[in-house]
Design a protein. Structure first.
Length: 306
């Protein structure tokens, strides 16, 4: 089978959870969300894992996550840092957060030579997501006209939190299942009369509950690295006035490539529920879901054995 790489974006994990050691387990034997994603990816045939992390959490990350992976598959670590920047740009002193998911994937360039999937570290995507992504990316082939990419699309109502609003990339596809556009909607929330979002905090706009949304599980060929490298300086220049907080995001890059007719992105449908911990109250839901999946035989009780 063709070689496949899994790129795990984990540079923000320490800051979101207040430090790596404070990531709460969601599995019965201390497993965290990343463990289940990697397990599903290895089962689907991915044969290399690249972790994108911050340098200051390397030791803790290797102890918490890497030790379970390194003996099972080729493993690499790359660091997402604020510098260096492209020639002609200086780091603003007020900038403290990473540059975003587009920059994170760019940092993996030297460790990825195959088609690959890129995922968030703290989302549970489900077994079929990795299986469908692997099946597609094994055959992915860029042409002189188009890059050949993919994404897993989820049904909006299967991705919502019961404890507050979320942000979702609502996707439009053509009759052949190719991505036409991704439109980010903030403050998406479930109500008794349907799913809605608001842009101003007052006026709520309906979104069909069966809309297809992106949850940041993408399939790329290595051609994406050249595009990211070329577009990052453009992003820095265009966001000069808000550079302390602006983010170079992969959905926006992909959306631009689609609109420019440089990439075709296959939307791989998925009826599974996505699970994440947007709010602390979400944790019991993902724990219950994993217990149910273990009971159904999708995962072993002790994911990595003793």
């Amino acid at each position: 089978m063709a070689s496949l790489t899994l790129v795990v974006m984990a540079a923000g994990i320490g800051s979101r959870y207040g430090g790596l050691k404070q990531i709460d387990p969601v599995g019965p034997n201390g497993e965290i969300v990343i463990d289940y994603s990697i397990y599903d990816a290895l089962r689907a045939g991915f044969d290399k894992v690249v972790f994108i992390i911050r340098r200051e959490i390397e030791d803790a990350f290797r102890r918490k996550v890497g030790r379970n992976v390194e003996g099972r598959v080729e493993t690499a670590y790359v660091f997402q840092e604020l510098t260096p920047l492209p020639e002609g740009f200086l780091l603003p002193p007020e900038r403290t957060k990473p540059w975003g998911t587009g920059h994170a994937i760019l940092r993996a360039r030297d460790e990825v030579a195959t088609p690959f999937a890129a995922i968030n570290a703290d989302d549970h995507y489900g077994r079929t997501a990795f299986a469908s992504m692997a099946a597609y990316m094994r055959k992915a082939a860029d042409t002189p006209e188009f890059y050949d990419y993919a994404m897993v699309g989820y049904i909006l109502e299967n991705t919502l939190s019961e404890h507050g609003h979320v942000t979702r990339g609502v996707c439009a596809a053509d009759p052949e299942g190719r991505l036409v556009d991704v439109c980010e909607r903030r403050n998406v929330q479930r109500f008794k009369d349907g799913v809605k979002y608001t842009e101003n905090g007052r006026d709520w706009i309906d979104i069909p509950a069966n809309s297809v949304v992106s949850m940041n599980i993408w399939g790329f060929t290595p051609s994406i690295f050249g595009e990211l490298d070329a577009r990052f300086p453009v992003f820095l220049k265009a966001n000069k006035s808000s550079i302390s907080k602006a983010e170079f995001l992969i959905p926006e890059v992909v959306g631009n490539l689609v609109r420019e007719k440089k990439a075709r992105v296959k939307v791989l449908s998925n009826s599974e529920s996505w699970y994440g911990v947007t709010y602390p109250e979400d944790r019991p839901r993902i724990q219950a879901a994993l217990r149910r999946l273990i009971g159904q035989g999708h995962y072993p009780e002790n994911l990595w054995g003793s």
